[in-house]
Design a protein around this ligand. Structure first.
Ligand code: NAI
Ligand code: A1CAB
Length: 270
């Protein structure tokens, strides 16, 4: 069965939309069902049509809005008239609310906000979805398409969606920083940098798989690693002391959420 009956237009095909395309192609989607619209006109993948302007030969079944939030008003005026009522519009623009999208795109009956993350390229992403559409068939089609990229969860409101956006959309970068810091510390203590980076990434891969597949909480898993009086316990004491990791994560996610609110306010004003 096909993943999604196209045509699918990718408006902007940079890091994130490009990773989604990679994930869909990896899942067996037909490259000929995609058109990437990008100013550079550079190829994106074998069989995928690339244009520098909107196609004029078809009505899209789904449009993925993949530009930066600041570019919304650059693309909306020409894109809006190209969409039909049955076109599903999916936006991955951080912060830009459903209302702001609806104000610019009156035609599509179904508009979906999606927050993916980079591991979608491997089919191991997390994708949050939010929509006010009552068209359950359209919602199901979007869910099926996104499920090819990883774990999908629907949200009921912008507030919850925004918190989750920091947790899964932005947090791969936070995790990469953590790995950098961990490997950097091992390097300072004497390990070769490439070996430290490789070991840190492999450790994270296994530990994350364990956490995702286990009924035990991360706290319980940490307890299973930390032998009483052992080496892990000594390290955890540092991580948990004073202004440790927890308040730092709270400030980190809160900063992301506040930036999301700023981007939302800009898009609301139009
Ligand atoms: N990078 C990430 O991990 C995530 C990004 N997002 C969202 O994805 C969107 C894109 O972010 P990135 O891919 O990181 O940025 P990016 O800069 O890599 O990609 C944006 C692309 O849009 C293109 N573009 C600019 N003006 C255009 C126009 N008028 N028409 C068509 N294409 C145009 C650029 O050439 C670029 O390739 C943002 O709205 C961001 O909030 C959401 C979740 C995660
Ligand atoms: O940094 C950003 O704004 C986007 C949204 C989540 C990840 N990247």
């Amino acid at each position: 069965m096909t993943l999604f009956e196209g045509p699918i237009w990718l408006i902007g095909c940079g890091n994130m939309a490009g990773a989604m395309l990679e994930g869909w192609l990896r899942a067996g989607a037909d490259p000929r069902s995609f058109t990437a619209v990008r100013p550079s006109g550079k190829p994106v993948a074998d069989g995928v049509r690339v244009l520098t302007a909107l196609p004029e030969d078809e009505v899209p079944a789904l449009v993925l809005l993949g530009v930066k939030p600041q570019k919304l008003d650059e693309v909306a005026p020409s894109l809006a008239p190209a969409l039909a009522a049955e076109t599903i519009l999916v936006s991955i623009l951080a912060g830009v609310e459903l209302g702001a999208l609806r104000a610019r795109f009156p035609a599509p009956a179904t508009i979906v906000k999606a927050m993916p993350n980079l591991p979608v390229a491997l089919g191991k992403g997390v994708i949050e979805l939010l929509s006010d559409s009552t068209d359950t068939a359209a919602r199901d089609r979007v869910e099926r398409l996104m499920a090819a990229l990883g774990h999908v969860e629907w949200f009921e409101d912008e507030a919850g969606f925004n918190i989750a956006s920091g947790l899964t959309g932005a947090a791969p970068a936070f995790l990469f920083r953590f790995l950098d810091a961990l490997a950097g510390a091992a390097t300072e203590l004497g390990l070769a940098p490439d070996q430290a980076a490789r070991l840190a990434a492999r450790m994270a891969e296994g530990a994350a798989a364990l956490a995702a597949g286990s009924d035990a909480t991360p706290s319980e898993l940490a307890r299973r690693v930390a032998s009483p009086g052992g080496t892990t316990e000594a390290g955890l004491k540092v991580l948990d002391s004073g202004e440790g990791l927890k308040p730092l994560m709270l400030r980190t996610l809160d900063a992301s959420r506040r930036r999301e609110a700023e981007l939302a306010a800009v898009a609301r004003r139009g």
